[in-house]
Design a binder for this molecule. Structure first.
Ligand code: NAD
Length: 312
């Protein structure tokens, strides 16, 4: 492949590898914002056209400045692809993996230029959700993180950068913390699955959209919070093991909407209609929030503080 620009120029040319649920949305998000976008697919001949995206069956002749790998979640096929990309692309090409759970250090071990490899974790639907987690493997060049974040911002995304690798990154750690506690309470017969979802839909979710998780605590006042934290935290679900009821349910083949049963019984429901309804509502909510949250009133925007007593 031939290179078109230097290592420091803003990224204009992107290659997405893997035309699955995520890859198509990722390619769309770049193309919709004017990036020169290739999507490498094994079914290039049969894929429905995507506006602004060139679907290719092999690596394109002109080198991308950024590759986003989005092939299935398996270590060895991903590593084989990285070796191939590394051999084909100039050293200035940044190579990001959309892995949700694989260890970035192991994923990129043995690559020649480890500084240019990073995580870029999208959320479904990738062309709609603005958040992307940009994650260092521990060996990623900080400039590569910033250059990728800049490209994401110009692609309409709202990236956060994790300068150290951590299992689950930020979003899945937060999700699993709250789900782990929810499953614990369900397993003990204290609440139902509907109770948890009601709390999420009517209270936590709407409030988090406006003031996040932490800013809300400042607004409510922290004296009560300190007391509640001391009383409640020692009683939370013990860490250390995945919830046994949930693991058993999944082992029995109840995988959710797709199989008709999971936490809910979906018998008689139209799976396609369920998915369409939920993504339609999400789109409408995100559009509403974008408009409502644009431009804070003067005197309403605080700055985050570093509250650590021990740093490092
Ligand atoms: N599905 C999600 O909600 C989600 C969210 C965030 C991250 N991820 C991550 O994104 C990645 C992809 O997930 P997905 O859900 O889109 O999977 P998917 O199975 O829908 O798509 C993967 C695609 O890659 C293709 N592929 C496989 N090997 C290839 C290769 N060598 N070259 C080109 N194409 C190849 C497959 O044919 C398939 O079309 C995974 O690492 C996953 O963990 C998924």
């Amino acid at each position: 492949m031939t290179a078109s620009t230097s290592a420091s120029a803003p990224i204009r040319r992107v290659l997405v590898v893997g035309a699955g649920v995520m890859g198509i949305g990722i390619a769309k998000s770049f193309a919709d914002h004017g990036f020169d976008t290739d999507l490498l697919s094994r079914r290039a001949g049969s894929l429905a056209p995507i506006k602004g995206v060139r679907v290719v069956g092999d690596l394109p002749p002109e080198a991308p400045e950024l590759v986003i790998e989005s092939v299935p979640e398996e270590m060895e096929p991903k590593r084989a692809l990285f070796h191939r990309l590394e051999a084909a692309c100039p050293a200035t090409t940044l190579i990001a993996s959309n892995t949700s759970s694989l260890d970035l250090g192991r994923l990129f071990a043995g690559m020649k230029h480890r500084g240019r490899f990073l995580g870029a974790h999208y959320f479904q639907p990738a062309d709609v959700i603005p958040l992307v987690e940009i994650v260092s493997s521990g060996s990623t060049d900080p400039a590569a993180l910033e250059r990728t974040a800049d490209a994401m911002r110009r692609a309409g995304k709202d990236p956060i950068v994790l300068s150290r690798p951590i299992n689950g990154f930020l979003v899945n750690r937060l999700q699993h913390a709250i789900l782990h506690e929810s499953y614990y309470l369900i397993s003990r017969g204290i609440v139902t699955v509907e109770d948890v979802d009601n709390v999420a839909k009517t209270m936590l979710g709407p409030r988090m959209c406006i003031t996040g998780l932490i800013q809300q605590k400042d607004i409510s006042g922290l004296a009560v919070h300190a007391l509640a934290q001391r009383e409640i935290v020692p009683t939370l679900a013990p860490p250390g093991a995945a919830n046994a009821d949930v693991q058993a349910m999944i082992a029995a083949g109840n995988l959710g909407l797709g199989t008709g049963k999971g936490f809910y019984d979906w018998t008689g429901c139209d799976a396609k209609a369920v998915r369409e309804q939920s993504s339609g509502r999400l789109n409408a909510l995100l559009a509403f929030l974008k408009q409502t949250m644009a431009g804070d009133r003067p005197g309403t925007r605080p700055k985050g503080r570093d509250i650590r007593t021990k740093k490092g």
